[in-house]
Design a protein. Structure first.
Length: 241
């Protein structure tokens, strides 16, 4: 029961009148009651038990030593979600077991959050972004990075921001964020490789990756060359739609 100031010890308001009924208690240390509060805005708040009256099963008073003042800081947080696909993945047939997993997503700005890996469907979550402005970037070996800029977290806004889907463009084999003759040469130099390492085939995304196997099918072949040639001249990071 929330009491008005006139009924609160010392006139402090608001205060709570709590009646707890239960089985007989013995002398002990521990928690007598728990209070749960919901934060409505950012900031700091302190709570103090001003007075307590406890009695045992026979109606006799029980000495209760209230806890010291407790203070909390309430901070607004947002979870960013989205999906990262990769051009040509998964290949069909995909003998290398590659999936849309293991693309790396990071948020930078007011603070840095991540990196996190996408799951087998390409989905990701970046939790606990605090108030501020951010750029979210997705990367994977053999692909141009993709950036989503202008993400602004404001107090009182939505607690989840969905960035929808971006598709990474394949062919940046040497990782310089440009697709050109150097990348084509890298694919040709490994053309015919039939046992390429596939990062996204591992459960924890720690397997080394062969960037020349752009579509993650475990082989460097005409499919990889076609993807790189089709993206000739592109530079990154590309724009996240």
């Amino acid at each position: 029961e929330v009491l008005p100031a006139a009924q609160c010890p010392g006139g402090a308001s608001p205060c709570v009148h709590l009646v707890v009924a239960g089985p007989p208690q013995v002398t002990q240390n521990g928690t007598a009651a728990r209070f749960h509060f919901r934060g409505l805005a950012e900031g700091s708040a302190c709570f103090t038990v001003l007075q307590s009256v406890l009695v045992d099963a026979n109606g006799f008073n029980v000495t209760h030593t209230p806890a010291t003042q407790q203070c909390v800081t309430i901070q607004y947080r947002v979870t960013v979600t989205g999906t990262v696909q990769r051009q040509g993945v998964p290949a069909n047939p995909n003998t290398g077991g590659g999936t849309r997993a293991c693309s790396v997503v990071t948020a930078t700005g007011t603070t840095t959050l991540g990196p996190v890996n996408t799951d087998v469907n390409g989905a990701f979550q970046l939790p606990n972004l605090q108030i501020g402005s951010y750029t979210v970037r997705a990367v994977y070996p053999g692909y141009l990075a993709s950036d989503k800029t202008g993400i602004t977290v404001v107090a009182g806004g939505a607690t989840t921001v969905n960035l929808a889907t971006t598709t990474l463009r394949g062919g940046d084999v040497n990782g310089d964020n440009a697709i050109n003759i150097l990348d084509i040469g890298s694919v040709i130099s490994k053309f015919g490789l039939a046992s390429a390492a596939v990062k996204s085939a591992s459960a924890n995304c720690t397997t080394a990756d062969e960037p020349a196997d752009i579509n993650d099918d475990g082989r460097v072949n005409i499919s990889d060359l076609a993807i790189a040639a089709g993206n000739w001249g592109l530079v990154g990071p590309t724009v996240w739609p």
